[in-house]
Design a protein around this ligand. Sequence first.
Ligand code: NAP
Ligand code: G4F
Length: 376
Amino acid sequence: MPTALITGITGQDGSYLAELLLSKGYTVYGLVRRSSTPNTSRIEHLKEKIKIVTGDLSDLSSMVTVVAESNPDEFYNLAAQSFVAESWRTPYTTASVTALGVINCLEAIRKINPKIKFYQAGSSEQFGKVQTVPQNESTPWYPRSPYGCSKVFAHEIVRNYRESYGIHASVGILFNHESERRGIEFVTRKITHGTARIKLGLQKKITLGNMDAKRDWGHSKDYVEAMWLILQQPIPGDFVVGSGEAHSVREFVKESFLALGMNISFSGEGINEKGYVDGELVLEISKEHFRPAEVDYLIADSSKAEKILGWKRKISFKELISLMTTYDYENEKMKNHTNNYINETKKEPKIKQESIPEKIQGLSYSQNSILRTFIK
Ligand code: NAP
Ligand code: G4F
């Protein structure tokens, strides 16, 4: 069976791609970078099934070692500083990883085994200030952030290595895709997490930036299928992958509230816009969430992917929002119950110290009885 190496395996897409490849019988290696606290929560359930290798995309020697150790048939490069807003604060780091890191992947392939097939995670941010509507593989680039510029460089260097060395190297130009595993800093998860907490009475309001921006949103599970299909093609190339539907951030907010039975109404404009549910303020706008340059409108023309890969998204915009919002609601509810329980049990009288193992001394009666059940 084939072997795959995934960089960015600890991220949203990496975790879904690992699940997909394991289900197809692949041996999966995942590159994880060292961190002082655990960064593997999204792949905890896969740890027995995958082989973790350590390294860093911005370090050529580590990439050469990792490629030599794993000698994969397919190499999926999903690692990046992927948060657009952050890229203005850390433009150099963003470029080192998201742009130059790709050279390190390609050089490792060239030196170790040029037959390795390579997938590069391209982005609709490369289109930025869009020059055609919708965007396809021929649409010119106009990136609007250090992140977008880095992805353009990455795209062009992949093309160059393909043409210079005949490497089977492809780019998936993927439009926004989200999930229950999306990072909390991205607008979709910030909204679904906030909506869930408002419904549970744990938070009063959500504060956002530009609600007029339009994105072409899908579910990550569908998009990792496209990555795999791209590497199964006899001829490498570039593929635009998106749903072909654009929605504003405001529409996303509305649907997320509706998913939990709340009808949000908006009033005011620009920075003064506000959102209300049953007369209560639940949403406001703050300048701090606006970007120095915005990407206003992204919508994919994925006809090449549909024709050549036979790819089409399965999870709709509304289903995506419902999945994310419901997940956050259940998760926050459980966390809140657990916290309440711990706080309550802290108040109970403590158990007698004699005749109990050292590990469970000092616990309350309820905590102790739960622990004893587990020990049994
Ligand atoms: P993500 O959740 O932010 O994951 C990024 C991954 O990159 C994480 O595993 C992170 O590791 C890793 N990483 C960052 N810097 C690294 C370094 N120096 N060396 C090694 N690994 C490093 O992103 P995602 O949403 O899964 O996206 C996957 C890829 O697709 C990214 O390249 C992104 O730019 C691109 N993309 C995403 C979308 C989208 O809508 N999701 C759309 C188009 C393109 P840690 O866990 O240690 O931070
Ligand atoms: O969720 P976002 O931060 O995602 P963005 O910038 O579209 O980037 C994502 O998709 C790209 C593909 O097009 C990927 F390449 C990239 O790695 C990442 O996954 O912001 C979406 C929109 C923006 O227009 C932003 O200005 O939402 C707007 N927005 C409004 N208020 C906000 C907020 N974004 C964030 N993160 N937080 C806000 O409070």
